[in-house]
Ligand binder design. Structure first.
Ligand code: HEC
Ligand code: HEC
Length: 141
């Protein structure tokens, strides 16, 4: 029983790390305006946590912010992070929900009786993307 509980704690900690990117220990920041258009993340997500997630996506997909975010109408050289004009942003929302569901519904429920191991792997963007915006297909001939 103890082992199972410990496993669960590890899984939950890992899932939180994946979901929130990093656990920010800063106090709620009042030094930035509230985010305007979050549909997947909690509305009160900490600035640092969102920042870490965005940086992680850049690395996992090897893209720039502009790959997902549309240019600002007022100044096309700048990005309008809250805009949904770039359709890739909505694809990404689906990807986040899909990844979370894979972990919650499947990975999280796996027992490892054979190894009695507490090590649990989680699915991340990088599990599939590995530095590519579109994961490579395996062509079956
Ligand atoms: C792989 C796609 C992707 C990349 C790359 C990306 N973002 Fe995002 N970003 C998103 C998605 C999706 C959301 C909306 C999340 C939601 O709906 O909860 C978002 C939301 C945001 C928001 C919140 C805007 C608001 O007010 O609602 C900011 C700020 C932001 N991103 C900044 C950045 C920065 C800076 C970069 C580059 C370092 C970046 N993003 C890279 C997908 C991406
Ligand atoms: C289980 C594998 C898997 C996981 C996990 C995954 N993706 Fe994807 N992703 C795909 C596949 C497959 C496609 C191509 C879908 C298509 O045909 O458009 C894709 C497409 C995308 C695209 C669109 C690329 C383009 O140019 O059309 C973005 C952006 C993206 N994923 C972001 C993410 C992010 C961010 C995460 C983590 C939150 C993530 N993905 C997790 C498999 C995955």
């Amino acid at each position: 029983m103890r082992l199972i509980n410990r496993k669960k704690v590890v899984v939950i900690a890992l899932m939180m790390a994946v979901t929130f990117g990093s656990i920010a220990f800063t106090s709620p920041s009042s030094d930035h305006p509230p985010f305007k258009n979050l549909k997947v993340y909690a509305k009160d997500i900490k600035y640092d946590s969102l920042d870490h997630l965005m940086d992680y996506y850049k690395v996992a997909l090897n893209v720039k912010c502009r790959y997902c975010h549309a240019g600002s109408q007022a100044n096309p050289k700048k990005l309008d992070m809250a805009s949904d004009a770039n359709p890739i942003k909505d694809v990404t929302r689906k990807m986040i929900l899909m990844t979370n569901e894979m972990n919650e519904k499947y990975i999280h429920t796996i027992n490892h009786p054979a190894t009695d191991s507490t090590a649990v792997q989680v699915v991340t963007c990088n599990t599939c993307h590995r530095g590519k915006a579109k994961p490579e297909d395996v062509v079956v001939k």
